[in-house]
Design a protein around this ligand. Structure first.
Ligand SMILES: [Zn+2]
Length: 325
């Protein structure tokens, strides 16, 4: 493979945050198809990573030549595909009390700011944070050098990674808050997870609040809110808006996203050959009136701020505009 092993110049990390089932894998594919950008999918990895977890190229991750090469370039015992050290050990938050206290949500900005300040000063905590940042930055810079780009997208979504990654050396963080109608997300969640309607709606609202709270710490020009519905209804307009914001010319190759080489980790969409961008509105018939009322009661104020309605006829009226309020 070509040298350098990692990219020496600053790399832009395009971090996609939001709720699960919001279309982040589709967005990762669109970004990846641009010749000046690349996506590796969910860099922080899934909780259930195994050696059989598949890259979008069809190989198990530990047999994918691209992931293997990034692993070589990272060169850390904390990122090893053979040892299942993808994700948990790279950056996501293992379910231990110490890790949650060091990196997780405390549901309060003041408490998190104080915690982050202390984390950078207590020697043992600083050592853990430095190690995680070094592995993460190595992954981003290694991927950038390998693909010959200076913009790498990560669709890990966990908002608590954002303040942590703002301090990564040689990485400029730009954040996309990808939102999707809460009823659509809840419909996906109840069909693919053990959550019921109320629990899934509460999780959507809590995730939205956490993202909004975290974004208060990010310079306004460094984040944007993008509606999944806009990506599906007007993909070219949405891609043009994204390119303008990130500072690269739009390239029509983005709309032929399946034709570009891809090595993306994410939801099962990565393993299909679907090339058509189509808005999934199954929640219109899949949720009962009562279930929709429950979702509206729990997520209504946040949904309204994104321009969503709960009247089925008007649910996504005006969502062609890419940027949500
Ligand atoms: Zn691959």
């Amino acid at each position: 493979m070509d040298e350098p092993v990692i990219c020496d110049s600053p790399v832009t990390l395009l971090y996609i945050t939001g709720y699960n089932y919001s279309g982040s894998t589709l967005l990762a594919f669109l970004v990846n198809a641009h010749p000046l950008m690349a996506s590796t999918g969910e860099i922080c990895g899934p909780a259930n990573f195994t050696a059989q977890s598949q890259c979008s190229c069809g190989s198990p991750l530990d047999a994918c030549p691209v992931y293997r090469e990034i692993e070589r370039r990272v060169g850390s015992p904390f990122f090893q595909l053979d040892g299942f050290k993808f994700g948990h050990r790279l950056l996501s938050i293992p379910p231990t009390l110490r890790q949650r206290l060091l990196f997780g949500s405390l549901r309060n900005t003041r408490a998190e700011t104080l915690r982050d300040w202390a984390r950078e000063r207590l020697p043992w905590a600083r050592a853990v944070a430095r190690e995680k940042r070094a592995v993460y930055a190595g992954f981003i810079k290694g991927a950038a050098a390998l693909f010959g780009v200076s913009i790498v997208a990560d669709s890990s979504k966990n908002p608590m990674n954002i303040p942590f990654l703002m301090k990564a050396d040689g990485v400029r963080l730009r954040v996309i808050h990808l939102v999707r109608h809460p009823a659509a997300c809840v419909f996906s969640a109840i069909n693919r997870s053990p959550h019921g309607v109320a629990a899934a709606a509460a999780y959507w609202a809590r995730n939205f609040d956490t993202v909004e709270r975290v974004l208060e710490r990010v310079p306004r020009e460094d984040w944007m809110r993008l509606r999944y519905e806009a990506v599906c209804l007007e993909p070219e307009t949405a891609c043009r808006g994204l390119c303008e914001w990130i500072g690269v010319p739009f390239d029509p190759a983005m709309l032929r996203f399946r034709q570009a080489a891809h090595h993306i980790y994410g939801n099962p969409m990565r393993l299909t050959d679907v090339a058509e961008i189509r808005l999934d509105m199954r929640w219109h018939t899949g949720l009962s009136e009562e279930e929709l009322r429950v979702v509206a009661a729990i997520t209504g104020s946040q949904a309204q701020r994104c321009g969503y309605h709960f009247d089925r006829e008007r649910s996504i009226a005006g969502c062609e505009a890419a940027c949500a309020p």
